[in-house]
Ligand binder design. Structure first.
Ligand SMILES: CC(C)(COP(=O)(O)OP(=O)(O)OC[C@H]1O[C@@H](n2cnc3c(N)ncnc32)[C@H](O)[C@@H]1OP(=O)(O)O)[C@@H](O)C(=O)NCCC(=O)NCCS
Length: 139
C-alpha cells in the first residue's frame, strides 16, 4: 500500500490507541514522553500502532503491534516493523524481542513470516491463564 506515513505518536493519537489496547492515560503519557509508540497513518487517518519497551532497560521488546482490521494484509504491519527495526539499528540495538499469546496462532505465524525465531514460553502469565510465546530477531 502506498502513502503510509509512520512516526512517533502524539497526544492526538491517544483516543485511537487507547480504544484498541488496554493502556491507562497516565501510562500512555509516559510512553509518549519517552517516544515509545509509533503510529501509521494513511491519508492522515490512523490505521495502526506499535508500542515498545526495553527489557532490563536495554533490550528492545515489541509490546504490541495492531493494525485496523480493514487495513490488515496490505503491508502496513511489515512497514511499521521495518521502520521500528531501522530506528533500533540507527540507535545501535542489535536484537529485538516480541511475544504473542499462546492461542494467537495468526500472530505467531506473522512473527515467523517476519523472520522472528521462537525463543521461549511463559505459562499462565495472561489474565485468562494462557501462556505467552516469545520471539527474537537479530537486527
Ligand atoms: C499481525 C498484524 C500486526 C500483521 O499486520 P498486517 O499489516 O496485517 O501484515 P502485513 O500485511 O504487513 O504482512 C506482512 C507479511 O506477512 C504476511 N502475513 C500477514 N498476516 C499473516 C499471518 N497471519 N500469518 C502469516 N503471514 C502473514 C503477509 O502475507 C506479508 O507477506 P509478504 O511480505 O511476504 O508479502 C495484524 O494482522 C494485526 O494487527 N493483528 C491483530 C493484532 C495482533 O495479533 N498483533 C500481534 C501480536 S502483538
Amino acid at each position: 500500500m502506498q502513502n503510509i506515513n509512520i512516526d512517533f505518536a502524539t497526544k492526538q493519537d491517544e483516543l485511537f490507541i487507547r480504544k484498541n489496547v488496554e493502556l491507562t492515560s497516565e501510562f500512555f503519557n509516559k510512553k509518549l514522553k519517552y517516544n515509545e509508540i509509533f503510529v501509521a497513518k494513511v491519508e492522515d487517518k490512523q490505521v495502526g500502532f506499535l508500542i515498545f519497551d526495553y527489557l532490563w532497560s536495554e533490550v528492545p521488546f515489541m509490546a504490541s503491534i495492531w493494525i485496523y482490521p480493514n487495513f490488515r494484509k496490505k503491508g502496513i504491519g511489515k512497514s511499521m516493523l521495518n521502520y521500528f527495526e531501522q530506528y533500533l539499528s540507527d540507535n545501535n540495538y542489535s536484537m529485538l524481542f516480541s511475544s504473542s499469546m499462546e492461542n494467537a496462532k495468526e500472530a505467531q505465524a506473522w512473527h515467523k513470516h517476519m523472520c522472528f525465531k521462537e525463543c521461549g514460553f511463559i505459562s499462565e502469565i495472561n489474565d485468562d491463564n494462557t501462556g505467552e510465546v516469545f520471539f527474537r530477531k537479530s537486527l
